[in-house]
Design a protein around this ligand. Structure first.
Ligand SMILES: *Cc1c(COP(=O)(O)O)cnc(C)c1O
Length: 459
């Protein structure tokens, strides 16, 4: 007999996870190691030490430890905005007239407006513990920079953010939130770094890209005493921190004996999706349960669905390590027409391996259909979703409508990663019907992939 499920399944404060789950420990095919482009050899702790915080490097390279204790200071910070609710989308189900049961895990209940704070606070904590003066980073749509500026102000660390130029111009209010938390924000590419000056000389009109901002932030970190670089997505450590999302989701579902059939998340660099699905993928890997897991990406930046599984640089400047991942090529710059985040050319190495092994699937969706889903969702569920999150909403709605056709009562869980208050220029385009879809041609992708690095021994 089914218990009546509440609209929001809340957990108690003492149900916030006290350990992060490392899905790599359960993978038979481990993600391929990061490679030092100078030597062609797997990166070591010593290679990483000048760039990232020591404790985070350990997490990055550890494919075997299944559970990492979350330091008490971080759990305490989590209490400001966690546990986050798991919501049963009764109103959306009704509007769609579907027999499917839809749930979403809402990560937008903090000032930064997204899940990114879950990793920002962890990274700032380890930087502080190491005695650093500050950290540098890049931000695309702005959520990561905002989350990191909050985390740094909490621990009294300096925070230098390189913000992709088109976002810097489109979202001046994001910038002001970061500055309010004490961060220093520079539009990228900038004249403050060698790589920025080089990119500007070659492409004076560029609107910037995440890959380019990463190059600048890394250069800024290694050239200042007492600074390290931190990244808000893609890396194993970030995916690890984000598993609080999936662990809470599992605890909430288990309370009511709910077993999802489909789990959906949007995928930029893969951190929220990885965090949401890790505990469920773990069950799949151990043969305990089965789930359909869907990564949703923009048709304008389709790394999983049209990219190549190959070693590539994580940044445009080609100074970062090489990662084996689904990539469109580090020189790929998505059309400036694309409004809503998820603009990274590559993908988490862990998720790339899982996708390659058939444990997760992927879909690419066009932004006009994404905003149509966002509007439909906002009107019935009340929350104004981030454009990134709305990629997951799109596919959740598509799957629920498929259930309506087949009469199947599937249980769908999706990650609602954040709110869209700073994305109103994009909403305005949608409302004015001036939004369009720009999808890269096969030629454009092939041209970009032709520039993939040739690393001896890795072909
Ligand atoms: C950054 C961001 C994403 C995408 O990043 P992932 O690392 O792929 O999770 C999705 N949604 C929101 C709201 C974001 O801020």
């Amino acid at each position: 007999m089914e218990t009546k499920i509440p609209y929001k399944i809340y957990l108690a404060e003492n149900e916030i996870p006290t350990q992060w789950y490392n899905v790599r420990a359960d993978m038979t095919n481990k993600p391929a190691p990061l490679i030092n482009p100078a030597t062609g050899k797997p990166l070591t702790h010593d290679d990483l030490a000048p760039i990232f915080c020591t404790e985070l490097n350990k997490q990055e390279l550890d494919n075997d430890t299944k559970w990492f204790d979350i330091p008490e200071e971080i759990v305490n910070f989590y209490k400001m905005y966690r546990p986050s609710p798991l919501v049963r989308a009764y109103f959306l189900e009704k509007a769609l007239d579907t027999p499917a049961k839809i749930y979403y895990k809402f990560e937008g209940n903090n000032t930064s407006g997204s899940h990114k704070l879950n990793s920002a606070i962890a990274q700032a904590y380890y930087a502080k513990k190491q005695g650093l003066k500050g950290v540098t980073t890049e931000t695309g749509a702005g959520q990561w920079g905002t989350a990191l500026s909050m985390a740094c102000s909490y621990f009294g660390l300096d925070c230098q953010v390189f913000m992709v130029k088109c976002s810097y111009e489109q979202k001046p209010f994001r910038r002001e939130v970061m500055r309010t938390y004490g961060a220093n924000v520079t539009p990228s590419p900038s004249n403050t770094t060698n790589i920025g000056r080089k990119i500007l000389a070659e492409h004076p009109d560029t609107t910037g890209s995440l890959g380019c901002a990463i190059s600048e932030a890394v250069e800024a970190a290694v050239s200042q005493e007492g600074y390290r670089y931190v990244l808000g997505s893609v890396l194993n450590q970030v995916l690890l921190h984000q598993t609080v999302i999936g662990l809470e989701t599992k605890t909430a579902l288990d309370k009511y004996g709910i077993k999802p059939d489909i789990i959906i998340g949007c995928a930029g660099g893969g951190s929220n999706l990885g965090g949401l699905v890790s505990p469920f993928v773990g069950e799949k890997l151990r043969g305990e349960a089965d789930y359909q897991i869907i990564a949703v990406e923009p048709a304008s930046c389709p790394s999983f669905t049209r990219g190549k599984f190959a070693y590539d640089f994580c940044d445009t400047g080609m100074i970062c390590p090489l990662a084996k991942m689904y990539t469109l090529g580090s020189q790929f710059i998505p059309s400036a027409n694309h409004a809503g985040g998820l603009r990274f050319h590559g993908m988490s190495t862990t998720l790339s391996q899982l996708y390659h092994d058939g444990l997760i699937e992927a879909r690419a969706v066009e932004q006009t259909s994404v905003f149509a889903a966002a509007e439909q969702f906002a009107r019935v569920e009340g929350i104004l979703p981030a454009p990134e999150s709305s990629h997951a909403i799109r596919v959740a709605i598509d799957e629920a409508l498929r259930c309506k056709e087949t009469g199947e009562e599937k249980t769908i869980v999706f990650g609602l990663t954040g709110t869209g208050y700073f994305d109103l220029v994009a909403y305005e385009q949608f409302n004015n019907k001036t939004m369009s879809d720009v999808i890269p041609t096969d030629e454009q992708i092939a041209e970009s992939l032709a520039k993939l690095p040739k690393v001896p021994g890795l072909e």
